[in-house]
Write a protein that binds this ligand. Structure first.
Ligand SMILES: [Zn+2]
Length: 317
């Protein structure tokens, strides 16, 4: 559904009150709900009329569409309505602008062949994957590869959006003593959903920390945060709310504070949430079977669980 400029302006003004369109009608400036200026005529929140990107000149708020803005000011229903009304048009605009490509020397990993290769450029990444107990099947499912020239001695994991377009890639250094573990493509990880192509939104979705945690779960319907935090701006939130998807959070034990913050945020949005209680060992050091088991033992995230986590309660397993 394509909406006209007039309809879009009407829509924005219904949400934020009368605004001032700029001379060419590319932007409209409205009263900023974050600044809450005592003068209601101060209109400093600029909204682009074609794709709804918004930015406040005073408080610096910035978002790529109105979904996160509406969610941030507590208007969840309006946020969902916004996405349903405009989602497809906006996605197309964003995808077009931000296309990225895999390095030219990218090669899919053949674990069996590479692990016996005489060339360490091939052998080392394959050995690294095998040492981390990642199966050939999982390696293929995640479309893992190497880039012998551009990222020597790294395992490269690409990510694709729901349309099958590359939206991100990350390269894991196989030299375990190196300080720099990951080198990422030139894009913020908080702007993408890692391998959205594999996600079925109507089923429970497991969220883990990094791409190798994801590789170490023999599970479908799983994504990772790539170190990002979850807030209104993360595209995952929009998808979870639009589809009413149940979520299972399984982050590392050294990230308990972050886990609590994310869980409190998700459950505050009314998302059906379970948590894999942080155990002694990290996700990444468990076998795929152990990870699978711990995910099936996830418990509902209630206020009681939240309280116990915050007070460092020792959970019995
Ligand atoms: Zn503002």
């Amino acid at each position: 559904m394509i909406t006209s400029i007039t309809e879009r302006i009407e829509y924005i003004e219904k949400l934020f009150g009368k605004g001032n369109p700029t001379s060419q009608s590319t932007n409209i400036e409205v009263y900023c709900p974050f600044c809450k200026d005592s003068n209601p005529n101060k209109k400093k929140l600029a909204i682009k009329i074609d794709d709804f990107q918004n930015h406040c000149w005073v408080c610096g708020w910035r978002a790529r569409n109105l979904f996160s803005l509406l969610l941030k000011i507590g208007k969840k229903q309006q946020a969902i309505e916004f996405s349903k009304k405009f989602e497809i048009q906006i996605t197309n605009i964003v995808d077009h602008k931000e296309a990225i490509e895999l390095p030219k020397d990218f090669l899919a990993i053949d674990l069996e062949e590479f692990s016996t290769s005489k060339n360490p450029m091939f052998r080392n990444p394959a050995k690294y994957i095998l040492n981390r107990n990642i199966t050939p099947k999982r390696c293929n499912q995640l479309r893992m590869g190497i880039c012998p020239t551009s990222f020597p001695f790294h395992v490269v994991i690409p990510s694709y959006d729901s349309q099958g377009n590359l939206n991100y890639f990350t390269a894991r250094n196989c030299n375990t003593s190196s300080k720099r573990r990951y080198t990422n493509c030139d894009k913020s990880s908080s702007e993408i959903i890692f391998n959205e192509i594999d996600i079925v939104w109507s089923k429970p979705i497991t969220i883990v920390e990094g791409p190798f945690d994801l590789a170490k779960c023999e599970l479908d319907n799983i994504t990772c945060l790539l170190g990002s935090s979850l807030n209104e701006q993360h595209p995952l939130i929009e998808k979870l709310l639009l589809n009413d998807s149940p979520v299972i959070i399984a982050l590392d034990k050294d990230a308990t504070k972050k886990t609590i913050k994310i869980c409190d945020f998700l459950s505050g949005l009314g998302i059906d949430l379970k948590i894999v209680l942080p155990k002694e060992q990290d996700f990444g050091s468990l076998t795929p079977l152990e990870n699978h088991e711990s995910i099936t033992q996830a418990i509902p995230y209630t206020w009681d669980v939240s309280f116990k986590l915050k007070t460092n309660h020792v959970f019995k397993f």
